[in-house]
Design a protein around this ligand. Structure first.
Ligand SMILES: NC(=O)C1=CN([C@@H]2O[C@H](COP(=O)(O)OP(=O)(O)OC[C@H]3O[C@@H](n4cnc5c(N)ncnc54)[C@H](OP(=O)(O)O)[C@@H]3O)[C@@H](O)[C@H]2O)C=CC1
Ligand SMILES: O=C(CO)COP(=O)(O)O
Length: 350
């Protein structure tokens, strides 16, 4: 596999940034990881661990930690952006003045910005001048950092408006444990990755309420239906939602104990308050902000998203979780596929 001779910068030293730094180091790349906490970067450089985010993991000495964005960006042509969606604009705003040459961004975050309703690649294009941005790629799929860091078999997909760039990034990451596919549908890949977190929160809630596997299978299936409806209305290829960034990620996030979104939902289902849950999680729970964004997008595109809407009212209007499930179950009867077929028909008719 071709080596990036300049080294690759990973921006964000949380769970996912650290696990992906390991994949890149396993592939022989020199990796610079940037974090904003001196103590944590000292730990990475001196003890080769990142205890808070991936306890027990020993990092190769080839992964070097930095707190200076100027130093980490020096000569860099490929950058992996691994901070929560909420922090992306702030971090890019600090990178722009210190970057000296154009670079490709591989973003690995799973969110949509509330109010602007932008996908992450669109936020990146807004924040960085085109003279600095050589390309934007999204890497997404069913991939919990905890298992990637154990080098357990994992599959993801990369997408970009420029497929040559996507294929080059595929080559940087792919190895025997980390299989990387390409998909030209950047809208679908970003929407699938972001919206599955909403359904995982809901699946955590039903598990917390003590409902069983039927309820979870219903959420996964009907969750996929509403993700596909919105994504298709936004221009995605509906087939993307039957792939890794769609059903693949939805399954892993709704069923894995590693999922922060599922865990947060589970605590909500058991009766904890949202503030309390988020305070104790210690890591990002992207689905909360994304629920707000998807609720707004559903209105904008006039798409029915009953699970997202129910969760929105639980999270932001204090509605009771059990009553919300009852209301979802007692909506007017409907057909299973008709809405998606109509959305697709309207698009093809345009
Ligand atoms: N974890 C996973 O398995 C996967 C995560 N993702 C996605 O990757 C993205 C990052 O998630 P993940 O790594 O898991 O999150 P974590 O909560 O594990 O880590 C987030 C990291 O970002 C840092 N950070 C937060 N805000 C800022 C800021 N304003 N400036 C600089 N650094 C900041 C945090 O620092 P601090 O320690 O100070 O809080 C921390 O190092 C998310 O969008 C997530 O959905 C995607 C696939 C898998
Ligand atoms: O996206 C993920 C796995 O693919 C991580 O999900 P959580 O953020 O819910 O842990």
């Amino acid at each position: 596999m071709p080596k990036n001779t300049q080294g690759i910068a990973v921006i964000g030293a949380g769970s996912w940034g650290t696990a992906l730094a390991l994949v890149l180091a396993d592939n022989g790349h020199d990796v610079r990881i940037w974090g904003h906490k001196q103590e944590q970067i000292d730990e990475i450089n001196e003890r080769h661990t990142n205890h808070k985010y991936l306890p027990g993991l020993k990092l190769p000495a080839g992964i070097k930690g930095y707190t200076s964005l100027r130093e980490v960006m020096n000569g860099i042509t490929d950058l992996v952006l691994a901070v929560p969606t909420k922090a992306i604009r702030e971090v890019l705003g600090k990178i722009a003045p210190v970057a000296e040459n154009p670079f490709t961004i591989v973003h690995v975050s799973k969110g949509i910005e509330p109010d602007t309703l932008l996908r992450i690649s669109e936020m990146i294009e807004e924040e960085l001048p085109s003279s600095l941005l050589a390309g934007v790629v999204v890497l997404s799929g069913p991939s919990h950092a905890e298992e990637v860091s154990l080098r357990h078999p994992t599959t993801v997909t990369v997408s970009s408006r420029n497929m040559e760039t996507a294929e080059r990034i595929q080559d940087l990451f792919i190895n025997q444990n980390f299989r990387v596919y390409t998909n030209p549908d950047i809208v679908g890949v970003e929407i699938g990755g972001a919206l599955k977190n909403i359904i995982a929160l809901a699946a955590g809630i039903t598990d917390g309420l003590g409902y069983g596997d039927n309820a979870k299978a219903a959420l996964i299936t009907r969750g996929l239906a509403e993700i596909s409806r919105l994504g298709t209305a936004m221009g995605a290829n509906p087939l993307t939602f039957s792939g890794l960034a769609g059903i693949g990620d939805l399954i892993v996030t709704c069923t894995s104990v590693h999922s922060r979104n599922w865990r947060a939902g589970n605590l909500l289902g058991k009766g904890q308050k949202l503030d309390e849950v988020l305070e104790n999680m210690g890591m990002v729970v992207e689905g909360v902000r994304t629920t707000k964004a998807a609720y707004q997008l559903a209105k904008k595109y006039n798409v029915d998203m009953p699970i997202t809407s129910a969760l929105y009212h639980v999270l932001f209007n204090g509605e009771n979780v059990k009553e919300s499930v009852d209301r979802l179950m007692n909506r007017t009867k409907t057909a299973e596929m008709e809405d998606l077929v109509n959305i697709l028909g309207a698009r093809l008719g345009d």
